[in-house]
Design a protein around this ligand. Sequence first.
Ligand code: PHE
Length: 470
Amino acid sequence: MNENNVTTKVNDRSQHGMWSSKMLFVLAAVGSAVGLGNIWKFPYMMAEQGGGAFFLIYLICIALIGFPVMAAEIMVGREGRMSPVNSILKLAREHNRSKSWSLMGWAGVVGGVVILSFYAVIAGWIMFYIWRMFSGEFTGIEAAASGEKLDAFLANPWQILLWFSIFIAIVVFFVARGVNKGLELAIRICMPLLFVLLIVMLIYGVAQGGFMDSVRYMFDFDFSKMTWETPVAAMGHAFFTLSIGMGAIMAYGAYMPREGSVKSAVGIIIVIDTLVAIVAGLAIFSIVFAMNMETTQKVGLLFVTAPTAFGNLPLGAIFGGLFFLFVGFAAFTSGISLTEPAIAYFVEKFKTSRVKIAVAIGVITWVLGLLSVLSFNLLKEFPFNSENWNFFEIFDKATTYFLLPVVGLIIAVFVGWFLPWDRVRKGLEIQSDLAWNIWIVAIRFVAPISILVVFAFSFHEKFIAPFLGG
Ligand code: PHE
């Protein structure tokens, strides 16, 4: 036992670097989790998918699927100490399992690039709106005029391209500098500011008087608005918002020091991520309801409704600017994590400098992102699918609804069924038998079955029920 400990200690570092402490790992993971998913996607998906019903399913998925899968990912990363592809490969080899398991690591490499390609488009809008709000452009504005401003911005691909490119460049700059001088630096700067700004936003939101309406809107579980999309959207969003199902958290886990249990880290990350979604949702809906505005704006909620509301409230330019700054920090600390599975893998594979790899990944993401940039103007109508989704929506939904949950399912099966229990338990550092029993049941049965049930339900509603006249 002791000897074992000594040998593991010697190799117990990642070649890419290590977080300075467990606390920094937690902050980094929270930084990855808290992002546009919480502040842009969550409120508009609530609006699109019918408020409370979506919210309830999302919370259930966080508890039943998010918790065990995130712990499994961090454990695999920390045991492997390499990129997700190679960490999985290492564990599979050690326990005589097929090399094909590492394909899920590959799904994450591709998934990360695809997600960042559309994520950076919205992050670019956020940067533009930081500037727009502070400049006072929205002071006293009418909703229609605010809508026209967004339309005019989106109609011009060059302008979107500019902000999108700036965001990618900033991300590449920081990730190229490595885990400690890049990622950790970004996290140390952004995370404290992010929390302060969130509290400021909540106080400001409550002070405007729409708070109770927003509570009712979020927690009123109305199932009548549910469609085939609601459960997959809610489950997919649970994956998206926790950064699980594509290796981001696994890659971060590889740099987590041995001290401290995975379990407590996961608890903190999940609670903070969920709280931020709720608080940001309450703050946004509060100002929206305080102005008696509608929540039906979908994507426009953040870019039309919120700026209009701020523009008509006291000190709106400053608080609106701070609000978008807050969203910008959140998007940035998530953006850097999206690239890590790919960057770590290619650095290991080609044994070349991180700078070159980071630039290459940035270029690939940028080229792919052009399709999303154009989805708001030249390629807006893209009628080659039954739902009329443009490229932006196809990338978003293919990853959120499908790729993340499927990879999550495979991770659960791999860790729950194909790795020896003593290894898993040691990796997670779970001492109590009760906690272990709960966890192993969750990863073996609860998480995989929940994922399959949601898929089955939505598949039935979309493809089978219509034929049965349902
Ligand atoms: N969790 C991030 C958000 O909510 C997005 C993300 C997804 C980041 C997957 C990394 C991996 O915005």
